[in-house]
Every structure is written in structure tokens, then in C-alpha cells.
Design a binder for this molecule. Structure first.
Ligand SMILES: C[S@@+](CC[C@H](N)C(=O)[O-])C[C@H]1O[C@@H](n2cnc3c(N)ncnc32)[C@H](O)[C@@H]1O
Length: 207
């Protein structure tokens, strides 16, 4: 495992017990936005990268208990919370894996989502290449993350680079789109939005 991933894993292993509580408001708002914006069909096989404590899975399952979902994360403890939450659903599974080496065959998923994790990815180009590989030819990827176009995110990005050795970087919407396009994705729908008063997020769907 890369050095950065070890740091991330340690950080989230430590935080796992309190993650849902501490980030309750953030998680609820961002993930319900993601779910509504994405409109995942009930038949779609979904992969969630950086699934954390499985809150997105829980959300999807409330609407469609049959949804086939796979969650991956590098933190064992976060995954433990997720597994516990979804234990009664045989259609949901979790694996410990990095986005940089997804343990799935080519063309496995209809929809790949990732929420609030892209800013941790060491090599975003390689990450997108892996996502593309596991996506079916007609599949789509939807990535939600912080947006550096907003002042507070920009400040946070600057500060976290000093204070948080696990943090990698967040991107402007333009940089984000460029990454997707250079990974041979075609942008379908994109937007950015304020979250709370000052925070900013962006989301893109690509195929
Ligand atoms: C801020 S949490 C978001 C969790 C969840 N998606 C949510 O919205 O509540 C970021 C998650 O990404 C995971 N992560 C970071 N880098 C990763 C990587 N390279 N591969 C897979 N997961 C990763 C972390 O372990 C952490 O659980």
C-alpha cells in the first residue's frame, strides 16, 4: 500500500466509530444530493469507491432493498461499520481495496459513484483509468467532491496540505473536468453548488 494510503487508512480507522455522528449533517446533505442527482436504476450494479461507513448504501437500500451494491474502501474500520449496517442485505458486499487497484474484472458495473473521496486519491489519472476499466461500456461514473472554485475550499486545501499528511488536494471544476476528459471520459452532466453558506461541492457524471 502506498505511503499516503497508509496514512489515510490510519486516520479513518481511528475516526470510524465517531464518523457518522461527527459528520452527520455533511453526510446527510451530500449523499442525499448525490442520490437524487444520480437517479440510479434499481437494476444497476453499483460500485461505491471510498464508501466509508456505508451511508450511501443505506440510503440506496431504503428506496430499493434489492439494489446490488459493492463498496470499497481502504479503511478496515470504516468498512466494519458499513458491513454492520448492511448485514441483512445479501445483495450488498464490501471489500477492502484502493481505487488504484480495484479487485474486479473489466466491465463489471453499470454505475460507479464516489463521494468526498477524490481529494484523497494519490494518482487521480490512474484512479479514473481503473474506474473506466471496471465500468461496463454503457456505464457511467458519478463523482462528488469538494470544489476549489470556492474560497473556503481553497483555504482548506492550502491548510490541509500542511496539517494533514493524508490529504492530497482538491480541484477546481475545470481541473476536475480536464482529468475526466484526459481519462477518455465524456462529460454528461456537471454542476457545482454551495453547501451550507461557504463550502462548495461539485459533481460530474461521465460515461
Ligand atoms: C470523507 S470519507 C467519505 C466516505 C463516504 N463516501 C461518505 O460520503 O460518507 C473518504 C473515504 O475515502 C476513503 N479513501 C481514501 N482514499 C482511498 C482510496 N485510494 N481508495 C479507496 N478508498 C479511499 C477513506 O478511507 C474514507 O473512508
Amino acid at each position: 500500500m502506498a505511503m499516503n494510503e497508509t496514512l489515510i487508512r490510519e486516520q479513518y480507522d481511528q475516526m470510524a466509530d465517531v464518523y457518522d455522528q461527527r459528520w452527520n449533517n455533511y453526510i446527510a446533505k451530500t449523499l442525499s444530493f448525490l442520490k437524487n442527482w444520480t437517479q440510479i436504476s434499481p437494476e444497476a450494479a453499483v460500485l461505491d469507491i471510498g464508501c466509508g461507513t456505508g451511508e450511501f448504501e443505506r440510503l440506496l437500500l431504503t428506496e430499493n432493498p434489492q439494489q446490488v451494491i459493492t463498496g470499497v474502501d481502504i479503511s478496515e474500520k470504516m468498512l466494519l461499520m458499513a458491513k454492520q449496517k448492511c448485514r441483512t442485505y445479501p445483495n450488498v458486499s464490501f471489500r477492502r481495496a484502493s481505487v488504484l487497484a480495484l479487485p474486479f474484472a473489466d466491465n463489471s458495473f453499470d454505475v460507479v459513484v464516489s463521494a468526498s473521496a477524490f481529494h484523497y486519491f494519490d494518482d487521480p489519472t490512474l484512479a479514473l483509468k481503473e474506474i473506466k476499466r471496471v465500468l461496463k461500456p454503457k456505464g457511467r461514473v458519478i463523482i462528488l467532491d469538494w470544489c476549489k472554485d470556492y474560497l473556503l475550499c481553497r483555504i482548506c486545501d492550502f491548510v490541509l496540505k500542511f496539517l494533514d499528511p493524508a490529504y492530497r488536494q482538491c480541484y477546481t471544476q475545470k481541473e476536475f473536468h480536464r482529468l475526466l476528459i484526459s481519462a477518455q471520459f465524456e462529460l454528461r452532466r456537471t454542476t457545482k453548488f454551495r453547501f451550507g453558506v461557504v463550502w462548495g461541492m461539485m459533481i460530474a457524471e461521465a460515461a
